[in-house]
Design a protein around this ligand. Structure first.
Ligand code: GAL
Length: 415
């Protein structure tokens, strides 16, 4: 080939790939150590495809800040290519007409056969895919520092609330903080949820938080749940107000605190700090939570875009998220389990294996319930109303359980 011809050929190839490669702007709230490592894996996969990753990270566990920022961007007519949106909020965004139809990709990639049906249904609006799921997080976990338990004479993870408080007393006596917790409305409900599920059981949880039945919201089981929740407050430290969840996890990692109630994104923090499950830290269902599983499926909704290169990059992102490579590496870092069915779990630790086993078992037994605190059960406005009441109760020691229950019924009455 003559040199000039070669130059033309090279120029064509370069021009071709430049036209294919696009920028993908991704809004998320994964800014803690473990979370940032996990999302970094997605960035790497996208860059390997030749796409440009534009990070749109808005800090704040649970994503409340991120959702506020997203709204203003969409209202301004300038949405990102993808945003971390999950649960019933997917339907609300789709109803606004701003989400892209991913069916051509979903059909080509056979998503219907690769996902549990209930998860796939949640990603669709009027039968069309508008979002892609990333993982399954279990929320009703309790994490513990092996060191603190040992030094306090606690031999195993407590399985009942009575046992938990007895152990928490021992930890306090030994000079440690029994429970590490963050302090904001999202974190408060994340702690309250396994208390209510453990105290009241699955039927009560569903009636109260999924069906918003006033008889369950104002009931002896709710009263006992609130009392247990308040008792728990006697075991946290003064510095909890305003603290981020990952800083609470750090207290367990550093052997300052015994327990934390948090979803398994906390495991992402332990692992990022080089800690080994079963050795340095322990995982178990929260007291009274064995046989039930509060699930939290993270997902990315894709927005309608005009530019062809951006659309191509967005499609690359959707394909990447569902790929077995991504599902493995991301979830190994994130603390969650793959949402894609039939994945090889051999590289995962025992906490993840337990989660995978119990996800399947509780789906059969009826113990699998959507996490309210992680926006899986209710429309965002309703979740927000419940979170506010629980947070007010947590922060105001004078508020009676009766007042909190009346407020819960009031706050959720105009569904
Ligand atoms: C949840 C999200 C998790 C986790 C957590 C803390 O809402 O689903 O992936 O990152 O927030 O930021």
């Amino acid at each position: 080939m003559k040199l000039s011809h070669m130059a033309t050929a090279v120029a064509l190839v370069v021009a071709g790939s430049a036209a294919m490669a696009g920028e993908v702007e991704v809004l998320h709230w994964w800014t803690s150590g473990g979370e940032a490592k996990s999302v970094g894996e997605l960035k790497k996969i996208m860059q390997a495809k030749g796409d440009t990753w534009k990070d749109f990270a808005v800090a704040g566990g649970g994503g409340d800040n991120a959702m506020t920022v997203l709204k203003s961007r969409v209202v301004a007519g300038n949405p990102p290519a993808a945003a971390q949106i999950k649960g019933p909020a997917i339907q609300e965004w789709a109803a606004e007409g701003v989400l892209a139809n991913l069916d051509p990709i979903a059909k080509a990639e056979k998503w219907d056969s690769l996902l549990p049906k209930a998860v796939a249904d949640g990603m669709k609006y009027k039968g069309n895919y508008v979002a892609v799921p990333v993982n399954v997080h279990r929320v009703n976990w309790m994490w513990a520092s092996s060191d603190v338990l040992k030094k306090s004479g606690v031999k195993s993870m407590p399985t009942t609330w009575d046992q938990f408080f007895a152990d928490a007393d021992k930890i306090k006596k030994a000079g440690f903080i029994p429970v590490a917790t963050g302090g904001n409305a999202w974190n408060d409900f994340t702690t309250f949820e396994p208390v209510a599920l453990g105290v009241g059981g699955v039927k009560f949880y569903n009636d109260a938080f999924v069906k918003l039945d006033p008889k369950a919201l104002n009931s002896p089981a709710m009263k006992k749940s609130l009392e247990t929740f308040r008792k728990l407050k006697g075991y946290i430290d003064q510095g909890a107000v305003g603290r981020d969840w990952n800083l609470a996890t750090a207290m367990v990692i550093q052997g300052k605190a015994g327990f934390q109630f948090m979803g398994d994104w906390a495991k992402g923090e332990f692992v990022a700090a080089g800690k080994v499950p079963g050795k340095d830290f322990l995982c178990a269902a929260a007291p009274g939570n064995a046989g039930s599983y509060t699930f939290n499926v993270d997902s990315f909704a894709m927005f309608k875009l005009k530019d062809a290169a951006a659309q191509k990059a967005q499609a690359d992102l959707a394909v990447a998220i569902m790929s077995p490579e991504f599902q493995e590496i991301f979830n190994l870092n994130k603390g969650s389990i793959p949402v894609r069915l039939n994945m090889d779990m051999s590289k995962f630790d025992d906490c993840a294996k337990l989660s995978a086993k119990e996800f399947v078992e509780t789906a059969k037994s009826g113990g699998l319930v959507p996490s309210v605190s992680q926006d899986m059960a209710l429309k965002p406005a309703m979740t927000g109303a419940l979170k506010d009441v629980v947070s007010q109760f947590w922060n105001d020691d004078k508020m009676t359980p009766e007042t909190a229950m009346t407020n819960m019924v009031k706050a959720t009455s105009n569904q």
